[in-house]
Ligand binder design. Sequence first.
Ligand SMILES: [Ca+2]
Ligand SMILES: [Ca+2]
Length: 155
Amino acid sequence: MKSPLPILLLLGISMIGPVQGYVAYDSSPVHKGRRYFISTVREPFNLANANGRCKKLGGYLVQIDDRDELKYVVGLMISAKGYGPFFTGITDEESEGRYYNYNDKKPAKYLKWRWFQPDNWYNEDCVNIDVSIFSYGLNDLACGKHGRFICEVPA
Ligand SMILES: [Ca+2]
Ligand SMILES: [Ca+2]
C-alpha cells in the first residue's frame, strides 16, 4: 500500500503556499525555467484581475508556447485537486478569431484546439485547457465563467 505521506506533504504545501487575498495556489516544480501556479478557488474569471494576481507571483497568465508546455501543464491540471475549468492567458477579446496572449499582447504561438473548437459559442473570448480521458486541447470559453487560472512564473 502506498504511503499517505506524499499526499499529506502536498496538502501541507498548498496550505502554506503563497496567498493573494483569499486565493491560494498549487505550485509546480521548475520545468524548463518556469514554474506554474494553479489557483485553487473557482471564481468568475477576469483576465486583468487574474493576470494581476499572476504578476504578484512574478509572472503572468500562462502562455502556451509549444506542445511540450501544453503537455506539461495538462499533467499539472490532472494532478490538481478540484474542478476547472482552467483558464489560460490566451484571448481574442480585441479581434474575433485572432488569439494573443493577454500579458504581452503577442500572437499565441501554439493553438491546439479541441474538436470543433474554437466555436465562439455565444461569444467566447477566453481560452481554457480542456482535458478528457483520451485527449486534451484548448477551448474558447466565455471570459466571465467560474473557473480557476494558471500562472506561469520564470524561475
Ligand atoms: Ca471569440
Ligand atoms: Ca468553445
